[in-house]
Design a protein around this ligand. Structure first.
Ligand code: C2O
Ligand code: CU
Ligand code: CU
Length: 486
């Protein structure tokens, strides 16, 4: 028996002993604190950054495939990946680039690839209306027109997102801008992606795909970039980590074992005004934060996730051992200013989304129903009022700013550009949302809870962006949508 299982059992006895029925209500994750040797080198996903063709277009070839991957040491698991057998390459493009994707599905079931955080026409978004059948190729194309950000991509087939992501379909898509804030930016050296995902394993090393409970998998093992028990050798005095919570349900509260301070420099959709010092950083599924951490030569420090109050933050985890080399290359100092964000303009209109159980405004997702019609370029306030248990909220295509959480201004690191926000139980969050200008009254974008089990249950709605003035004449029903894949 691995030591972790022993501790988990001991922990359970303690919990049930003290509070009787407590286990039924919590996520059941116990964490892995103190149980790992953290000796496997952190995997760094390869970069895919194709040179533009003669026509100036950057072409990315992506193949969804299955295979076997050594996730636990010495054992292999059946996994899915993009180009490889698990996870996908880190795609990279610059503002102004024309990008063309070919997404070929070699799996034996239909799926999609959604560009989470990308501002693009709805037909290119890779949501549930852009299914890619087995053997088929989907070829969306768009022009990158947004500030530098850490975005990502993952499948979005209605009802199957959780399983497809869990098996390994996810990757980062880094966007660069002409404005360079002066942060560490050498990929794999001082600019390091961290895709954080919890996984349950069977004793033979296969992924356990049986997700019970209200939230789906909340597991005791955590993979970083698909690496079990990872360490990273630090060679510079500062390292920028681009953290993606790629878990199905787990909320992680990041921090270091020695309680050192670190700086948040960017959230989902781009840079903060200035670096914000924190000791703890909560990140919910789908969110990204970029952080900068300073190191002394020769030191070792542990990146951890700390236990939280909510059902989906259970357990303390050792995530990544950082081992600094005896001599470190000096990094440039942390810039005092990163960008200048304008305060969000007042919204013209407020829409309210009540989260109750896994319903949004009393509805579950209907592929044929348009829930909201938004005029192009609109600025609106979206009020997300969570009546029951923990959720989060993601809106496709847009960028938003968190105005307030239960009437209070959010902490400084949550005031930057975002597309996904944690909404704890019994909490109201108000968002200042900026919509894009790609109109298409017949193809919806999604908004949803990014806890994938909730999303799969239908905790999702659809909106279209239309030419201003045509809102009232826009049909609210999509005929021919919502075909066979459920
Ligand atoms: Cu990351 Cu609609 O999702
Ligand atoms: Cu998205
Ligand atoms: Cu939810």
């Amino acid at each position: 028996m691995r030591r972790r299982s022993f501790l988990a059992l001991a922990g359970m006895t303690a919990i049930t002993g003290a509070t009787g029925l407590a286990l039924g209500g919590c996520g059941g994750a116990q964490g892995n604190e103190g149980t790992l040797s953290l000796t496997t080198p952190l995997r760094i996903p390869p970069v895919l950054d194709p040179a533009p063709g003669k026509d100036g277009v950057k072409r990315f070839d992506l193949r969804l495939r299955q295979g076997r991957t050594e996730l636990l040491p010495g054992k292999t698991a059946r996994t899915w990946g993009i180009n490889g057998t698990h996870l996908g390459p880190t795609l990279r493009a610059r503002r102004g680039d024309r990008v063309a994707m070919t997404v070929t599905n070699t799996l034996d079931e239909a799926s999609t690839l959604h560009w989470h955080g990308m501002r693009l026409p709805a037909a290119m978004d890779g949501g549930p209306h852009q299914m890619v059948e087995p053997g088929a190729t989907w070829a969306p194309e768009w022009t990158v027109d947004q500030p530098a950000a850490t975005t990502w991509y993952h499948p979005h087939p209605h009802g199957q997102i959780g399983l497809h992501v869990y098996r390994g379909l996810a990757g980062l898509f880094l966007l660069d801008d002409t404005h360079d804030p002066g942060l560490p930016h050498t990929y794999g050296v001082d600019d390091i992606p961290l895709i954080v995902q919890d996984r349950k394993f069977r004793s033979d090393g296969e992924l356990d795909e049986h997700f019970g409970g209200t939230f789906g998998p909340l597991a005791d093992d955590v993979l970083i970039n698909g690496t079990y028990g990872p360490y990273f050798r630090v060679t510079t005095t500062m390292v920028r980590f681009r953290v993606l919570n790629g878990a199905n349900a787990h909320v992680f509260t990041l921090g270091f074992a020695d309680e050192r301070e670190f700086h948040v420099v960017a959230s989902d959709a781009g840079l903060l005004d200035r670096p914000v010092a924190v000791r703890r950083l909560r990140i919910s599924p789908g969110e990204r934060f970029e952080i900068v951490v300073a190191f002394d030569p020769g030191e070792e420090v542990l990146l951890k996730s700390f236990d939280g109050d909510a059902e989906i933050e259970d357990g303390a985890y050792d995530l990544l051992r950082l081992a600094a080399a005896p001599r470190l290359t000096p990094s440039p100092g942390l810039p005092a200013r990163l960008t200048s964000l304008v305060p969000p303009p007042p919204g013209k209109r407020t829409r309210t989304f009540r989260l109750y159980g896994t319903h949004i405004n009393k509805h579950h997702m209907d592929m044929t129903r348009i829930d909201e019609v938004v005029p192009a370029g609109a600025r609106e306030v979206w009020e997300v009022d969570n009546i029951t248990f923990s959720h989060n909220f993601h809106i496709h295509e847009v960028v938003f700013r968190v105005l307030d959480i239960d009437g209070e201004r959010p902490p400084e690191h949550l005031r930057g550009p975002k597309d996904t926000v944690y909404v704890p139980g019994k909490t109201k969050v108000r968002l200042a949302v900026e919509f894009g200008r790609h109109t298409d009254p017949r193809t919806p974008y999604m908004y949803h809870c990014h806890i994938l089990k909730h999303e799969d249950k239908g905790m999702m709605g659809q909106f279209v962006i239309v030419p201003p003035g045509t809102e009232n004449s826009t049909p609210r029903t999509l005929t021919g949508a919502g075909h066979t894949h459920h």
